[in-house]
Design a protein around this ligand. Structure first.
Ligand code: ZN
Length: 290
């Protein structure tokens, strides 16, 4: 995934006091080892699911990875965790077909760039339109054999829009592609009070999206599903969204009720804006249909 010149420069700077090799991703002494551990966790999660040691897995990895290009780190991402994990699995099983669903609020530009010419990896990204990066994530960037599906959403979209996207765009695309493994770039920054975005997903949204993708994995690839942690910047709300996601993934009965549920339910889009969003997703679904 990453050329050795990049890895060597990263490791060299990490041995000293750190540095900055791309955009908005400074690192300190030992940054290389930290990034490698994060990537290694994603690799282990994928390897354990592929070997059948666990049904599914959540890699609580830091730093994140979905913005990292092969030789240019950006957006807090130093190594492309998910892509490295996929390539490690493909080195064992070359004909593996993998779908990557990115529901971090920012465009998964790194994953897209790495797989744009590779029809064996389907990349889907649901993101706030023109948030980060500003110049990527348009729906018409479709990749070879339409294996890249961008779903840019207007600011303010909430629970209903995310569920409509899952049902109308994500699930049909997965059914067409028939993956052997599904990986989710799981950011929580589409949540209603995230400081880096303007979306209205809630803990319930993350739980429902997890249930939907888990159902797709059960139907299409014996349940093989790995969630890899990406962004999420609300210190008070990410824990509730994360708990909702992981408890749904693991069929846990341990409850952590979302104290914001009622407040955020009242603020979901309604009226003309809700109608606009529903039409917007219908149009995107038609665009991405075969
Ligand atoms: Zn993000």
């Amino acid at each position: 995934v990453h050329p050795s010149a990049y890895l060597d420069a990263f490791e060299e700077a990490s041995k000293g006091s750190g540095g900055e090799l791309g955009l908005r991703v400074p690192f300190g002494h030992g940054g290389y080892e930290q990034a490698a551990l994060s990537t290694g966790l994603a690799c282990r999660a994928v390897a354990d699911v592929m070997a059948g040691r666990v049904r599914n897995a959540y890699a609580l990895s830091r730093p994140p990875g979905h913005h990292c290009l092969p030789d240019w780190p950006n957006g807090f991402c130093l190594l492309a965790n998910i892509a490295v994990a996929i390539e490690a699995a493909r080195s064992q099983q070359p004909d593996l077909k993998v779908a990557v669903l990115d529901w971090d609020v920012h465009h998964g530009n790194g994953t897209e760039a790495i797989y744009i010419d590779d029809p064996a990896v389907l990349t889907l990204s649901i993101h706030q339109e023109r948030n980060y990066p500003l110049d990527s994530g348009d729906a018409d960037t479709r990749g070879v054999d339409k294996s890249n599906i961008n779903i840019p959403l207007p600011p303010g979209a909430g629970h209903a829009t995310y569920m409509q996207v899952m049902e109308r765009i994500v699930q049909p695309a997965l059914e067409r592609f028939k993956p052997d493994l599904i990986v989710v770039a799981c950011g929580y920054d589409a949540a209603a009070i995230d400081p880096l975005s303007r979306m209205f997903a809630t803990a319930q949204t993350f739980s429902a999206m997890t249930a939907a993708i888990k159902a797709s994995a059960a139907e299409l690839c014996d349940g093989r599903l790995v969630l890899v942690h990406e962004g999420g910047y609300s210190e008070v709300y990410v824990p509730f969204c994360g708990h909702a996601t992981i408890s749904t993934l693991a069929d846990s009965t341990i409850e952590a009720p979302d104290p914001f549920e009622e407040t955020f339910a009242k603020r979901q889009p309604r009226g003309k804006f809700a109608k606009f969003l529903a039409t917007y997703v219908d149009d995107l679904a038609a665009f991405h249909a075969p």
